[in-house]
Write a protein that binds this ligand. Structure first.
Ligand code: FES
Length: 68
């Protein structure tokens, strides 16, 4: 059984790796095209929600959570 890993990127998206299904708000699964890793936007500026499109690089988004 493969593990799912979720990683927060500094000032960037949430990376999810592993065998996942991502559903929209109505329970319909996105076609992830067999990708092993996806990036979900957490800055709110992407034009391709819920996926990161790199817009965080130009919008001044800052977030660097650490485990305490
Ligand atoms: S985190 Fe990358 S576009 Fe929002």
């Amino acid at each position: 059984m493969s593990d799912v890993k979720v990683n927060l990127r500094p000032n960037g998206p949430i990376l999810i790796s592993g065998p996942i299904t991502l559903n929209d708000t109505q329970g319909n699964a996105y076609d992830l095209g067999g990708k092993e890793t996806i990036a979900l936007c957490r800055c709110g500026e992407t034009k391709n929600k819920p996926f990161c499109d790199g817009s965080h690089n130009g919008c001044g988004f800052e977030s660097q959570e650490v485990v305490e």
